[in-house]
Design a protein. Structure first.
Length: 125
């Protein structure tokens, strides 16, 4: 019985085997910065879910990311805490990185330039 359980766990996909593999964040935007302009106070909220797909032992590799209620998008990550990079449905390149235990930075690069959101977040692993 014990051997069967070990074999079943070993055969499971990596995200199911990894404890705390899914990263969920609920964030409030505190400041928004334009590429060439100053930052200003901002309001708004974003929810992120980041799920590993295929990682090396350091957490670098393929992820899926969901922003609010949008469909999941393929992403690349350098570590389990980011930065994560993906292209949204409009073709803009986005990056998300945790900058502390309760903060994150999102960069969105579209045709009109870059926009950066500094966020205060509740992070769940």
């Amino acid at each position: 019985m014990r051997v069967a359980l070990l074999l079943a766990v070993a055969a499971a996909p990596a995200p199911l085997r990894a404890e705390g593999a899914r990263l969920e964040m609920t964030c409030d935007i505190v400041s928004r910065c334009q590429a060439l302009g100053p930052c200003a106070a901002a309001t708004g909220a974003l929810r992120f879910a980041v799920e590993p797909e295929a990682l090396d032992r350091h957490g670098s590799g393929d992820y899926s990311i969901w922003v609010d209620d949008s469909p999941g998008r393929p992403a690349r990550g350098l570590a389990r805490t980011g930065p994560f990079n993906w292209t949204d449905a409009e073709g803009a390149h986005q990056s998300l990185a945790l900058t502390g235990p309760q903060s994150a930075l999102r960069i969105r690069q579209g045709d009109g330039g870059a926009e950066m959101d500094l966020m205060r977040c509740e992070v769940l692993y």
